[in-house]
Design a protein around this ligand. Sequence first.
Ligand SMILES: [Zn+2]
Length: 48
Amino acid sequence: MHVECDCGADAIVYGDAKMPVKCVKCGKVIINPQGGRGRIDCKIIEVL
Ligand SMILES: [Zn+2]
């Protein structure tokens, strides 16, 4: 998925990530894996 962090940086991430995914710019956790499915804590721009 193509997502955008609150800080405006965009990132390509997997929705089913097993590890937390942080924004490369501000370090905020944007994908928070919980019980197998990632909780997405940012804006989704596009589902690839
Ligand atoms: Zn950010």
